[in-house]
Design a protein around this ligand. Structure first.
Ligand code: SF4
Length: 697
């Protein structure tokens, strides 16, 4: 723990780890950061923090940081250090050469939910205006893109409905495919506080997360321990009980929802094939528990749903999000405190990266690129003609690269060679490209395939904003000079100018002013207001100048103001167990580590969790002669890896589980290319595997 000396000054900024977005005072001695102290006035955390935000900031000055730009002609050549001007000019000339040779659509960009709003906005602007296509995507593709799709369709806005404090007014909390105490610790603690006060808890998860049996006062009333990949069947069964046992909120439905769509859904969901007794054969969850949980959610007062990647990272991720929205509308659990549908975002700025138009089909504010009025608005402001056809999604970029039609890629802050599924395919695609430009803090896995490396800046070295899971836009403020000389937004600006598209911002506040000018839900946002209020929850506009803690209070954001019920037919995933691959692998996170571990592995937090392990049920372990701590080989149709076993009854028989924080664990070597039907979000949560004891690698 780096905690020494008396601070001389402090700057309030926002944690760059998870989607809770805790506010911190970065306490400095001279130009040295000595402590991160949770800020008591932070509206997302109220003075609380977890071990990541509090202690794991040492990566920012870690010796592995690359601070000099580098280029190389081939990925087998050694890197050559160069100045910024040479690196930027080389990158731009290569991208222009590729476009001249292969066509305008042969290049694109990927941004990250690690980046600030302003950086993400600039990357999508560079691609749309500077590259002349819509080939821009974000790592939210592989986590919460189904949230974006499902909530936009049903509620009209791609966001959670509540602020975190709302949970203190909940009477029953349903947690689906999320593990708040590990993934979103500060919010997890707030949830536990409410549970200790007596709120009821329903957990829907294939694995026994901590909340299921946290303490005598915090435990699940119902743990619906379903088989991985059967979320839709379970959510439909809950909806079936609500409809057939007449637990509907008829007044809410009549006043707030599209009643014709509701009538169709009511007939659909009342069909006996959705009854819990029928679903039991699919989900493995006792029908009586499903009936009791549905009654509890519908009748116990304020019912709130919180969900995570266990919902989205499936072939039916979008369908599950829609099913959850149906359930909340049917029971009237929307539009006030204590209720709602709340995606728990993994990374610090998942919400923001989606808001900022980093999907290939949407401008900032979730407006489709084919919409003429929206396009004209951006064309007039950006002084350029824009494409009306959606561009390539990340997996499409990889496919096109393998086909020889996508040859140049600019990646900011995202390690696609480690974090994307079916890694062999990703590596092949990256190897096929003629120019890969990586902008990052470290020489990550993707950099192994790069021709240009542009040093990035950590959250401590730049100004900007992050938007957390409750739509809260919070300040990121520079506490030290960028180690490599530039903030990330400045590097994107240099590249745009070298590509021939002029950008001339002198401060990120000007980028935010442009976002506010062009995005109705951000119309009232400015740095002056963020600094004055501490943070702002969008929508922030003339109607709601101080922001909006609870969405859809009076009407939904859809054109007719009505919530839309949609049909959610269960379709079994193609990822089925076979004699060859008899177990299902699913994945998750642990408190002390963060995602692929690029940051936390370079801090003292490794002391708490130094390796990923494979949780396996005692029966499955015994069948295979595996004892705790044994090395086991895990093989899928995509690849194989080796981990140490952890015998645990937290997983059910037939299911194994691992975290994915260490590259050597190779979790994504074995995940497959199956993905969500609507958004291509990978099906990370369901991978049929075989597990066997091996000798130590
Ligand atoms: Fe950072 Fe999330 Fe921990 Fe808060 S809960 S300190 S935002 S990692």
């Amino acid at each position: 723990v780096i905690e020494h000396g008396t601070p001389e000054h402090a700057t309030v900024t926002t944690c760059a780890y998870c989607g809770v977005g805790c506010s911190f005072r970065a306490e400095m001695k001279g130009d040295q950061l000595i402590r991160m102290v949770p800020h008591k006035d932070g509206k997302a955390n109220h003075g609380h923090s977890c071990v990541k935000g509090r202690f794991a900031f040492g990566y920012a000055t870690h010796k592995d940081r690359i601070t000099t730009p580098m280029i190389r002609k081939s990925i087998t050549d050694p890197w050559q250090e160069v100045g910024w001007e040479e690196a930027i000019n080389y990158a731009a000339s290569e991208l222009k050469r590729i476009q001249a040779q292969y066509g305008k659509d042969s290049i694109g960009g990927i941004t990250s939910s690690r980046c600030t709003n302003e950086e993400t906005y600039l990357v999508q602007k560079l691609v749309r205006a500077g590259f002349g296509n819509n080939n821009v995507d974000t790592c939210a593709r592989v986590c919460h893109s189904p949230t974006g799709y499902g909530l936009k369709q049903t509620f009209g806005e791609s966001s959670g409905t509540q602020n975190f404090d709302s949970v203190m007014k909940s009477d029953v909390i349903m947690v689906i495919g999320a593990n708040p105490t590990d993934g979103h610790p500060v919010f997890g603690s707030l949830m536990k506080k409410r549970l200790r006060q007596g709120a009821k808890l329903i957990v829907v998860d294939p694995r026994e997360i901590d909340l299921v049996k946290n303490s005598p006062h915090v435990k699940a009333d119902y743990h619906l321990k379903l088989r991985p990949g059967t979320n839709v069947a379970l959510i439909n069964a809950l909806g079936h009980v609500v409809v057939t046992e007449n637990l509907l909120d008829e007044v809410f439905i009549e006043e707030r929802c599209d009643t014709a769509a509701f009538a169709k859904w009511k007939i659909f969901i009342a069909d006996p094939r959705h009854a819990p007794e029928q679903a039991e054969a699919v989900t493995g969850v006792p029908a009586a528990d499903v009936r009791a949980a549905a009654r509890l959610y519908a009748t116990a007062g304020n019912g709130a749903i919180y969900y995570g990647l266990g919902v989205t990272e499936h072939s039916q991720g979008s369908t599950t999000v829609i099913g959850i929205a149906n359930l909340a509308m049917a029971t009237g659990n929307l539009g006030r405190e204590g209720v709602g549908v709340n995606p728990l975002r993994g990374q610090n700025n998942v919400q923001g990266s989606c808001d900022m138009g980093s999907f290939p089909h949407e401008f900032p504010g979730y407006r489709h690129v084919s919409d003429d009025d929206t396009r004209r608005l951006f064309e007039n402001d950006w002084n350029v003609i824009l494409e009306s056809e959606p561009g390539l999604r990340i997996p499409n970029m990889f496919d096109a690269a393998s086909d020889g039609t996508f040859m140049g890629l600019y990646v900011e802050g995202e390690d696609i060679a480690q974090s994307d599924p079916d890694i062999q395919h990703v590596h092949h695609a990256l190897r096929s490209m003629e120019c890969v430009i990586v902008q990052d803090l470290f020489l990550n896995e993707t950099a192994k395939f790069a021709h240009v490396f542009l040093p990035g800046s950590s959250f401590l070295e730049k100004n900007g904003t992050f938007t957390n899971a409750e739509r809260r836009i919070s300040p990121v403020r520079k506490v030290m000079k960028p180690l490599a000389g530039y903030e990330d937004w400045q590097v994107t600006q240099l590249l745009a100018n070298a590509m021939g598209y002029p950008m001339n911002y002198s401060h990120p506040s000007q980028i935010m002013d442009e976002i506010a000018r062009l995005t109705p839900t951000f119309a009232g946002v400015s740095y002056e207001k963020i600094d004055r209020l501490g943070s702002i929850q969008w929508p922030c506009n003339e109607e709601n100048p101080a922001g909006t803690p609870t969405m859809h209070a009076h009407e939904f954001m859809r054109p007719n103001g009505k919530g839309l019920f949609m049909l959610t037919e269960y379709v079994a995933t193609e990822e089925r167990t076979t004699r060859m691959f008899p177990l299902i692998l699913t994945t998750g996170r642990i408190l002390s580590q963060y995602n692929v571990g690029a940051q936390t592995r370079r801090t003292e937090n490794v002391a708490w969790h130094a390796e990923d392990r494979l949780e396996i049920h005692p029966h499955d372990a015994e069948d295979r002669g595996i004892i705790d701590g044994d090395w086991v080989g895990i093989k899928s149709r995509s690849g194989e890896t080796v981990l140490r076993a952890l015998i645990s009854e937290r997983v059910q028989p037939g299911v194994v589980y691992t975290t994915f924080h260490f590259p050597e664990s190779g979790a994504n070597v074995i995940t497959t290319d199956n993905s969500d039907w609507a958004t291509n979000c990978p099906e990370y949560k369901v991978t049929p595997v075989q597990v066997s004891k091996v000798t130590q690698p």
